[in-house]
Design a protein around this ligand. Structure first.
Ligand code: EPU
Length: 423
């Protein structure tokens, strides 16, 4: 196990480029399974989850070549694709569930171990299962795994999702593109990563209308062909750099972003007192004062992203005033709040609300990352705290942030990766 040792007080300044989105590329890899032949994905981030997804695909008979230094994944998908996902790999990562729709569509069967991933809430699968059932799949729960079968193929259906779930929208889309007839999905997720997936599927020959809107109409086709696709920039990584710039009273230019995907978080930063210069594909964030407290309420896109919530709690922890942060997606994301208290932050939670009374100073602490975003939130606190902060279990951070310590160091931050055993 590795840890980060962070020394507080440095201001982040300079330019940082953002890779493709973790939460897109994993689904694009699932989409590649829908077409036999060679699909190439570019702008792929160098993170552990891509390696796990590559191993899962290899277990299905796919020849995967991942070259992180080139940011490329090449997948040669066989005509006779496997349908059982290795349970040990599936437990490492929730995104393994996003292969379910594609596998049922291709093979009429999928065996998916009940997924693991970040410990941030119940994260049910009822919307995935309900949707695929309406499309003709049968489900059987076996110890530790879920078996989906549709021996006669999937058929189009009209579905109104109970909640605009990102994962369920993706799974149902990937099932519908090869289903018999038309599928209408209402109340779908509208995240930029969903639009990215739809762009790739349509380039593979799918017929999907309505990308970015709450309703998708999918005309099933007989077969798809492979493609080459560049992953959409990671708006959460970009938003994290923007928040870090504001936190450290820095001046950072974030490149390779779609700034329109960050409209709301950037507005919150301006309300906090930051100067934000937003170009279509770059953002400059400057801060020369202690932040002002600002309320945040997470909601599905285009609402404020839950994946930026810990970073904005960290900002509020040093802000002038009192802020209320409301988490509407993942009930356990406030585990982060108690870790933040170790820095002397004045925070309390009640259900899905967190109240943060900003303090002018935080004090370095030894804390544990519980998920990828909480992990970066703790690093943010460490960057401004007096003294040294040790963040344990940083494998969570490595899941979402490529070359993290190198990039923080290049911007002037004081951070090093150490072996937990040496602490
Ligand atoms: N939900 C259900 N039933 C379902 C599906 C979802 O109750 O069948 C609930 C979940 O329990 C949760 C809420 O709906 O409370 C939102 O879940 P959603 O399905 O939208 O999220 P997800 O697909 O599991 C993805 C990202 C998350 C991100 C969320 C929301 C990936 C691999 N994960 O998760 O990313 O927070 O969408 O935007 O794409 C992260 O990167 O840190 C992360 C956790």
């Amino acid at each position: 196990m590795e840890a980060f040792r962070v020394t507080g007080g440095a201001r982040l300044a300079g330019t940082v480029a953002v890779p493709g989105a973790k939460n897109s590329v994993l689904k694009l890899m699932a989409a590649a399974l829908l077409a036999p032949g060679r699909t190439t994905l570019t702008k792929v981030p160098h993170i552990l989850d891509v390696e796990v997804m590559a191993d899962i695909a290899r277990g299905l008979g796919v020849d995967v070549d991942y070259t992180p230094e080139r940011g490329e994944v090449m997948m040669d998908v066989p005509a006779d694709l496997g349908c059982e996902i290795d349970p040990d790999l599936a437990k490492k990562m929730r995104a393994s569930i996003s292969m379910m729709g594609a596998l049922v569509a291709r093979n009429g069967r999928a065996v998916v171990a009940l997924p693991g991933g970040d410990a941030i809430g119940a994260r049910g699968l009822d919307i995935h299962i309900g949707g695929l059932t309406a499309m003709g799949a049968d489900f059987e729960l076996q110890p530790g795994s879920l078996v989906a079968s549709a021996p006669n193929g999937l058929r189009g259906a009209r579905l109104n999702l109970d909640f605009p779930s990102v994962g369920a929208t993706e799974n149902l889309l990937m099932a519908a593109v090869l289903a018999d007839g038309t599928t209408v999905l209402d109340n779908v997720a509208r995240e930029p990563e969903i639009v990215d997936l739809i762009t790739m599927l349509n380039d593979m020959g799918a017929r999907i209308e309505g990308a970015g809107s709450p309703t998708l109409i999918i005309e099933g086709v007989d077969a798809l062909w492979p493609t080459e696709h560049a992953t959409v920039p990671d708006r959460i990584v970009a938003g994290t750099w923007a928040a870090m710039a504001a936190m450290t009273m820095g001046d950072v230019v974030v490149e390779n972003v779609v700034s329109a995907h960050l409209a709301l978080p950037l507005r919150r930063l301006v309300e906090m007192g930051a100067e934000v210069d937003s170009r279509p594909d770059s953002i400059r964030v400057r801060m020369d004062r202690r932040p002002l407290a600002v309320d945040v309420r997470t909601l599905p896109y285009p609402g404020f992203a839950t994946d930026l919530q810990p970073q904005f709690i960290a900002l509020n922890a040093i802000a002038e005033g009192v802020a209320m942060v409301t988490e509407n997606l993942f009930e356990s994301r406030f585990a982060f709040v108690s870790a933040l208290a170790a820095f002397g932050a004045k925070v309390s939670t009640d259900g899905h609300h967190a109240m943060i009374r900003g303090r002018p100073k935080l004090t370095g602490a030894t804390v544990t990352a519980t998920d990828v975003r909480a992990g970066v939130g703790l690093v943010m606190a460490g960057l401004v705290a007096d003294g040294v902060t040790t963040v344990l279990d940083v494998h969570h951070i490595d899941r979402g942030y490529a070359n993290f310590t190198d990039l923080v160091t290049a911007l002037g931050g004081k951070i090093e990766r150490v072996d937990e055993a040496s602490i």
